[in-house]
Write a protein that binds this ligand. Structure first.
Ligand SMILES: [Zn+2]
Length: 106
């Protein structure tokens, strides 16, 4: 009979610790509005609520406010959601870097 030998895993908490220092965005190199903007949206199909990045949204500017809307694909159910966009929303979306499609020509 041999006695069970427990070989303890060698824990080396020594000089190999990862350096997790965060660099604040105060270099002066990065543009001020570089932070990713998230937009809250809701799906009218599955009634899910979620946050979408600017890249997931598309803004369509029509000739009138009736044809101005933003659209996205619901991450939950995959439905194509289209919602009317008022002036404020248009400003928010364009300011957040959302792709804009102009239907009317100047
Ligand atoms: Zn949905």
């Amino acid at each position: 009979m041999s006695s069970p030998t427990t070989s303890a895993a060698a824990r080396t908490s020594g000089p190999h610790a990862e350096s997790t220092h965060r660099t604040p965005l105060l270099d002066g190199q990065t543009p001020p509005a570089a932070a990713p903007v998230m937009f809250r949206a809701g799906c009218s199909d599955c009634r899910g609520r979620f946050e979408l990045a600017a890249g997931a949204l598309r803004l369509v500017l029509g000739a009138s406010s009736r044809t101005t809307f933003y659209s996205f694909t619901c991450p939950d159910c995959g439905a194509a959601v289209r919602k009317p966009a008022g002036e404020r929303i248009v400003e928010l979306l364009t300011g957040g870097g959302v792709r804009t499609l102009r239907l009317h020509r100047p």
